[in-house]
Write a protein that binds this ligand. Structure first.
Ligand SMILES: [Zn+2]
Length: 594
């Protein structure tokens, strides 16, 4: 689950419609395109280049949004250099091999996302026309014809995004799938499988395993991972790479996921799998391929290790009845602070994740847990190019200047750790042993927002605890509070529909009520650093108690009371409307999709 890429998954529900692609080529040809490496795409590209539009470029009848320049300006281009200092020649070679492997997942991702966009993207490759260059860049940012930061509305053509994107036939509805599996119960598992695409074949729905549908890309990707394994001096990482190569060709990620969680402070690591299912708007089950190459950030990782050992003590210190906070002594969650010099697939299009918690397989969670990853270079870029510029417009300047990459990193780390703190179950009965229920079930649909708020606030509580216990320097506390409040402003800029933004809106309103955040006569916001600790402690207690008691109406009342954006904040945010919504990373390695 990606963290901190908060608005990314807003508004996935779109009206269903046929896409042009399927009208023009039909599903059978689509399938051939899918399995035949880049042959078909290449032909298409050649045709455009050598045909009527000899210089390349978009077909003249193509309907493209007129405001591409403005849309592009919402993404600040930021260099994400591959820093070779401290890496020997062999290690650099290893990274290059991993980058090469990522390229194959990139090519699969576009076919899952929007095959028609891929064809168009490639046809524009040689066009010097300014408008074509802009269109090509915006296609790259979204890996589709649909604007991921504008409710997936089309910026090319007028067809709405098909909810099943490239995973299903464009016109297939959820009802049809449900009817179909009722009549063909033996097909149910395959159709709902995370690692199959679904096609009509001779009047039947057919589920094709990824390992077959995408073999042309998965085989060279596996070869590249095995070659990388040979370049690795870390036996555990090499073992993982080989197992992951096997997984690509079997669609069974379980053994390699276990090996991934066994890595101990690796110098190099990768995310490399079809883990996330957000892109599947039809059934919500299909995994989209994503990849990241990661190099350990030694300095920040050392800090993380330092305060990770205090987690059990923080749990014991939470303002919550002892029976509601199970001991964390003896448990460990692998965490890595990494710089990511390259990303591909669902990790590089749309919003840029600054933290991740993987894998999502509950069998792995049960047996080993999950790995929490913090992308330091992406976090710094977000702070510098989004959070800081927003704060400069909204806060008193001397306070805005206190936001820092380090404060943002620590707040994000403590947020992630805090998802695992507090109660494990809700007790809905006064009998302390009976009535244990899953908190998610007890709270219902509001759970997502509640849990995100709990993680934010418990995280800030924990940071104060670390300062009080001399683990972190006292003089940094204001920096931590400011970085946290800075993210509140950033997160609510685009509405409060999504769980993280809903949580942050509620937190902002609570702190305003406590006058820990106030709006000055100048119209700028300011933090009252004296009032923050008390307000944080009280809010921590409230949210933890709601979870521990599984009290749904208390949760609902809380969000009703604090969930609405104040008019004056709405007005204030307009001043920041020209600040980019996110960054557009530019890597040291060529961007390529085949
Ligand atoms: Zn979270």
């Amino acid at each position: 689950m990606k963290e901190g890429s908060i608005e990314r998954f807003l508004a996935r529900s779109v009206t269903r419609s046929f896409s042009n692609y399927f009208r023009s080529y039909g599903p059978v040809l689509f399938f051939i395109l899918l399995i035949s490496t880049f042959g078909a795409a290449q032909q298409k590209k050649d045709r455009v280049m050598t045909g009527s539009a000899a210089k390349g470029g978009a077909p003249s009848d193509l309907e493209v949004a007129a405001d591409l320049g403005q849309r592009l300006a919402r993404f600040r281009r930021v260099q994400m250099p591959f820093r070779t200092a401290g890496l020997n020649a062999r290690e650099q070679q290893l990274v290059r091999k991993l980058v090469e492997a990522c390229g194959y997942l990139e090519s699969i991702y576009w076919r899952q996302s929007d095959p028609e966009a891929l064809t168009l993207y490639q046809s524009l490759a040689s066009s010097p026309n300014r408008h074509d260059v802009q269109l090509r860049r915006y296609l790259w940012i979204n890996a589709s014809r649909f604007d991921l930061v504008d409710e997936n509305k089309p910026f090319v053509g007028t067809d709405a995004m098909p909810p099943g994107q490239g995973f299903y036939p464009a016109n297939l509805t959820r009802d049809q799938v449900e009817q179909y599996v009722k009549q063909h119960p033996d097909q149910r598992a395959a159709i709902y499988d995370q690692f199959t695409i679904v096609r009509w074949h001779q009047g039947k729905l057919e589920a094709v395993p990824y390992r077959i549908a995408f073999r042309a890309f998965l085989e060279p990707a596996a070869r590249a991972l095995r070659a990388a394994a040979k370049l690795s001096d870390d036996a555990a990482f090499a073992k993982f790479l080989r197992l992951r190569a096997d997984a690509l060709l079997s669609d069974d990620y379980f053994p390699s996921d276990l090996a991934w969680l066994e890595l101990k402070n690796p110098k190099f690591d990768i995310i490399f799998a079809p883990y996330e299912t957000y892109m599947d708007g039809l059934l919500g089950v299909k995994g989209s391929y994503g990849a990241a190459v990661m190099v350990r950030n030694q300095r920040e990782s050392k800090k993380l290790e330092l305060f990770q050992k205090y987690v059990p003590e923080i749990q014991d210190a939470l303002p919550l009845a002892a029976e509601d906070r199970p001991s964390k002594h003896g448990l460990e969650t692998p965490m890595e602070v990494m710089d990511s010099p390259f990303r591909a697939g669902d990790l590089t299009h749309g919003y840029q994740a600054v933290a991740d918690n993987l894998p999502n397989d509950p069998r792995v969670h049960e047996q080993k847990g999950s790995k929490k990853l913090f992308f330091k270079n992406f976090m710094d870029a977000r702070v510098n190019y989004v959070v800081l510029p927003v704060l400069r417009k909204l806060m008193e300047p001397e306070q805005a200047a206190k936001v820092s990459g380090e404060g943002y990193l620590l707040a994000t780390i403590m947020h992630e750790i805090s998802h695992g703190l507090g109660p494990a179950f809700a007790r809905t009965s006064s009998d302390k042993l009976a009535g244990k229920v899953d908190i998610r079930e007890a709270i219902g649909p509001g759970y997502g927002g509640l849990e995100e708020a709990k993680a934010d606030i418990t995280g800030m509580f924990a940071l104060k605890w670390l300062v009080d216990h001399d683990v972190l320097p006292k003089e940094k506390l204001e920096e931590y509070y400011t970085s946290y409040v800075g993210d509140l402003f950033r997160a609510v800029r685009f509405g409060t529909a999504e769980a993280h933004a809903q949580a942050e809106m509620m937190e902002f309103n609570y702190f305003s009520e406590r006058v820990a955040i106030r709006r000055n006569a100048s119209g700028k916001y300011a933090i009252d650093y004296e009032k923050m600790p008390g307000a944080v402690a009280d809010l921590t207690k409230e949210l933890l108690e709601i979870e521990a008691t599984g009290d749904r109406s208390r949760a609902e009342n809380w969000f009703t009371k604090y969930g609405t954006m104040p008019e004056e904040l709405k007005t204030a945010l307009q001043a920041a409307s020209d600040v980019p919504v996110d960054i557009d990373p530019v890597f040291s390695f060529p961007e390529r999709v085949r």
